[in-house]
Design a protein around this ligand. Sequence first.
Ligand SMILES: Cc1cc2nc3c(=O)[nH]c(=O)nc-3n(C[C@H](O)[C@H](O)[C@H](O)COP(=O)(O)O)c2cc1C
Length: 330
Amino acid sequence: MTFLDPNRTTLVLAPMEGVMDAPMRALIADLGGFHYGVSEFVRVGVAVVRAEQILREIPDLRGPVFGRVTLPLQLQILGDSPEFMAATAVEGCIAGARAVDINFGCPAPTILRRSGGAALLRTPCAITEIVRAVRDTLPAVIPVSAKMRLGWESPNEIDAVARAAEDGGANWITIHARTKMEGYRPGVHWDAVARVRSRSSIPVVANGDLFTCEDVIRCIAETGCSHFMIGRGILKDPFLAHDIRESLGLPSLRPDIPPRHSDRLRIAIERYAALTGERAANAGFIPSRVKQWVGMVRDLSEDVPRDVLSAVKHARTASELLGRLRGEVY
Ligand SMILES: Cc1cc2nc3c(=O)[nH]c(=O)nc-3n(C[C@H](O)[C@H](O)[C@H](O)COP(=O)(O)O)c2cc1C
């Protein structure tokens, strides 16, 4: 299973806890365009998380559970104990993971209180220890990477943070080009990512605000990176990875990409409902998840066609949602 090949342009589906779960990943895998995805984080506290628990949280770690298309999935873990993180990474491999990522970027207060995620940006030596413990415990065929923000407060912190992960033996790093304090405020610091990429001996995946092909082209010009992670952009336009492939001259895997963006969201929602279908936990699952998805798209100040909005707002079941999207009257 191939994850990041340093010599090939790579498109990575970002982890998005509470949003990019197994059903949503099945849709994105089905629509195609990405090389691999990263799971939402599995929280490692003061005990090892066992394989069964990991599989309950990330059921598609062994392969697709909705639909049939496989998107290689890297397991992400989050915590501050080198010992429990390493042991959990082993359990992750028993559960089916073929690559492990370590989260050093989550800014959620509940995580920070227990000093995981972005809290570790303030202690680069702890990052080295955690990455080294995981790297040394797993066989070399299992890549270990680290995902981080630029720092807690200043983008300049990334030099020490990135070096810490590299010193620990990370096979590559992914940088969300904002500090913890910046949250999701518009604007990313590609200059800081460029600095790390030019000094680093391991690949760097650029992440943050890649919403269009032009954003990716600007990112290449400003960072020199050839690996890109996309999160919220794929919610806005589920076919974006194909457009990026085309604009970078990569082979397109699907010739039947709908051209208009407003149609794309509708087509993707229909596909999601069909794929998740009978396996959904309950009748309200699909409408509620689609409502959340469309809500996020609107928060990103994207226009959603009025009829799609109305269908999503009023539907109570998947079949009603599909009917309303097709214009049937209820
Ligand atoms: C709802 C949500 C949940 C997220 N969950 C995770 C997570 O579990 N692990 C992680 O490393 N990053 C997580 N992130 C951060 C994204 O992976 C990504 O770094 C960030 O959204 C910036 O990329 P984008 O501008 O392409 O969305 C999350 C982001 C969002 C919006």
